[in-house]
Design a protein around this ligand. Sequence first.
Ligand SMILES: CC(C)(COP(=O)(O)OP(=O)(O)OC[C@H]1O[C@@H](n2cnc3c(N)ncnc32)[C@H](O)[C@@H]1OP(=O)(O)O)[C@@H](O)C(=O)NCCC(=O)NCCS
Length: 187
Amino acid sequence: MVVGRIRVNGALRETPVAATIRMLQSADAPAYVALRQAMLAAHPVAFLASPDADLASDLERMQRTLGASEENVIFGAFDPELVGTVGIFRESHAKTAHRATIWGMYVVPAARRLGLGRALVDAALDHGQRHLAGVSQVHLGVSAAAPGARGLYERCGFRAWGVEPGSLRHAGRLYDETHMVLHLPVR
Ligand SMILES: CC(C)(COP(=O)(O)OP(=O)(O)OC[C@H]1O[C@@H](n2cnc3c(N)ncnc32)[C@H](O)[C@@H]1OP(=O)(O)O)[C@@H](O)C(=O)NCCC(=O)NCCS
């Protein structure tokens, strides 16, 4: 049942929850770092980074970088506080500048299955198309231990192209990582 609207980059989409999706700015750094620490602690095999060794948990770094460049951005879902995030950046080498990567996908447990994850991915893809000229591929990796995330990415149009066996080791167990790609129309 539709009871709200999500605003994704200015456009309204009807969903079961009312929320706003927007690009994070420097002032959002404290809320982002707190959520980042929570996601890494709660889902150790869904993310490669560890809570005690994570660049995106460095408050000063995030205050400096959030909103500073179109090439490397993070979107947040607000309801009204920060309840979800996703990042997208363009590869830095000239020969891989046609590739962008999605990372740091997270929605708090209480707000899941309401369309926020999809709205965040849509915002990241929209950013890639509008602001990352020449980007024609969006890549991501998803752990075999995160089937919900894989379902979300497939729903958004990503297709698996390979599996890296035992890519991540945590608490003595190995986890495969599936690599996925979505091709964007070239501008
Ligand atoms: C993965 C995650 C971001 C999904 O967020 P969400 O807001 O619940 O996603 P949405 O409500 O937009 O779901 C969109 C679609 O994705 C798929 N999906 C989402 N979660 C799913 C799940 N647990 N199982 C199966 N499919 C799922 C469904 O097709 C869903 O559409 P539907 O609800 O109409 O069936 C969230 O579950 C999460 O933060 N998980 C823990 C962290 C994580 O795994 N991050 C990914 C790292 S690669």
